[in-house]
Design a protein around this ligand. Structure first.
Ligand SMILES: *[C@@H]1O[C@H](CO)[C@@H](O)[C@H](O)[C@H]1NC(C)=O
Ligand SMILES: *[C@@H]1O[C@H](CO)[C@@H](O)[C@H](O)[C@H]1NC(C)=O
Ligand SMILES: *[C@@H]1O[C@H](CO)[C@@H](O)[C@H](O)[C@H]1NC(C)=O
Ligand SMILES: *[C@@H]1O[C@H](CO)[C@@H](O)[C@H](O)[C@H]1NC(C)=O
Length: 223
């Protein structure tokens, strides 16, 4: 009798845990790169600067940028990485399927890394826009478009990249077939309808493990 009671309360605990896990994971399903774009735009419009268009082409190239720089975060969270200028047009754009005639001018970029994951608002203030140089880049009047990419969702360190351009809305950095052909393996970028990959796979596995445990305990308590 006693044993049975204990099992019941254990089940209850597990059930609560499951609910909690489901809640936590469902929070993770968004796209933090889009959140960064929103934060950038809020910061700019609060200062009466024009709103920037969210460009998936720029976002995809920002993801390429951080993919390349992935190994180069110093102990002090400084990105030590200088991709050759030609990489933008010769590697990043083709990888993303950016139609070359629509390749515009990059008016600025900000790259940051951090050992642990931080929420988008903290990534903005602590990783990306943490000094005068990046703040002046953020508030530059030449920009019209922005794209954000990030990697490292379940593998530290985390890398974020913001690319700005002065292109015409919707006619620069146009993605072939609206980006449908991009096989996004890691990370995520703004303007993409694909959710971040990385953390999610892990959470699904964890969820399944929790669920199996739950089913086993249920079986045992019935026997
Ligand atoms: C990353 O760091 C290594 C070692 O310091 C350096 O050789 C390499 O050029 C860096 N990568 C880029 C893309 O800058
Ligand atoms: C804004 O960006 C443009 C293009 O990169 C640059 O030429 C200009 O000097 C920048 N302006 C300021 C105030 O930093
Ligand atoms: C914009 O972001 C910078 C850097 O985080 C911050 O110092 C500043 O207060 C923000 N401005 C507004 C209006 O939110
Ligand atoms: C750009 O494209 C977006 C999404 O397709 C659309 O909502 C927006 O109106 C377009 N803007 C211009 C200026 O064409």
């Amino acid at each position: 009798m006693m044993m049975k009671k204990q099992l019941c309360s254990f089940e209850l605990h597990l059930f609560c845990y499951l609910l909690l896990a489901a809640l936590v994971f469902s929070h993770n399903h968004g796209n933090p790169a889009n959140d960064i774009v929103d934060i950038i735009n809020k910061n700019r419009t609060d200062q009466k600067l024009p709103h920037l268009n969210d460009s998936p082409g720029l976002g995809c190239m920002a993801l390429q940028y951080v993919e390349l720089c992935k190994g180069n975060c110093t102990e002090n969270n400084v990105v030590n990485c200088k991709p050759p200028d030609d990489d933008l047009t010769e590697v990043f754009a083709p990888n993303c399927g950016v139609e070359l005639p629509t390749f515009g001018t990059i008016t600025g970029h900000i790259v940051g890394c951090q050992r642990k994951y931080v929420e988008p608002s903290l990534a903005f203030s602590q990783v990306l826009v943490k000094d005068k140089k990046s703040l002046s880049l953020l508030t530059n009047k030449s920009h019209t478009e922005v794209g954000v990419g990030l990697v490292g969702l379940h593998k530290e360190p985390f890398f974020w990249c913001v690319l700005f351009s002065n292109g015409k809305t919707n006619s620069t950095f146009v993605l072939d077939n609206r980006g449908a052909g991009i096989k996004q393996k890691k990370g995520c970028y703004s303007g993409s309808s694909t959710p971040c990959s990385g953390g999610q796979k892990n959470s699904v596995v964890l969820f399944n493990i929790f669920f199996m445990c739950y089913v086993f305990i249920l079986l045992f308590s019935i026997l």
